[in-house]
Design a protein around this ligand. Sequence first.
Ligand code: ADP
Ligand code: 5GP
Length: 200
Amino acid sequence: MVSGPSGVGKTTIVHRMQSRLGGHFSVSATTRPRSEEEIDGTDYYFVTPSEFERMKRGGEFLEWAEVFGRHAYGTPRRPVETALERGELIVLDIDVQGARQVRNAMPEAYMIFILPPDEDELMRRLQSRGRDDPEAIQRRYAEAQHEIRQATEVRLYDAFVINDDLERAVNETCELVSRRRGQLECPSPGAPPEASPGSP
Ligand code: ADP
Ligand code: 5GP
């Protein structure tokens, strides 16, 4: 499971790690509007607030939270449970509030928090994503500082990775996850992903 402020590079790291390790990405449901380059069902399930409420009441979420106090995000429970039953890797990209809930529900979950090298660089990445308007970028930036403080103050995460150089950060993340799953090292890029039992 990975967390980290918006724009820090979580999606990029997770996708590159998965091309080496295999496994699944947990697609969250959200009431946030879809941006142009996002695909429904791949990046998120984009749902209405009433649909989200229905899923919540039906116990369909492993965890859910209101992020930035505006939109709801939730992890569908079933795909996570199915992957774990099969001993497959499943990666969740969720915020600190969600991480707390997962820690309670699944104490064995492995949680990594991704940090930016510094605040200026985080701002540059938020802008380079080209996804949000200036107001949303400012809001995400302010929220990022709060989230980093929260994450570093509580003993919730198993590891912290600084996303300075992308290749280095992907290697470190992949090594951490591999070791946790009982593999000696992260397979090199291009090698077929290994299917081995382990925890998320
Ligand atoms: P998140 O999923 O955390 O919101 P993204 O993976 O969408 O972040 O990355 C945000 C932006 O930063 C993207 O434009 C991505 O290409 C860029 N990025 C990610 N990692 C790095 C890095 N190590 N150095 C420079 N740019 C990066
Ligand atoms: P974004 O809108 O930039 O895609 O995501 C905003 C924040 O929501 C990120 O911190 C991301 O980790 C978090 N997030 C995405 N999906 C979920 C989820 O299912 N649950 C929780 N708690 N947070 C999520």
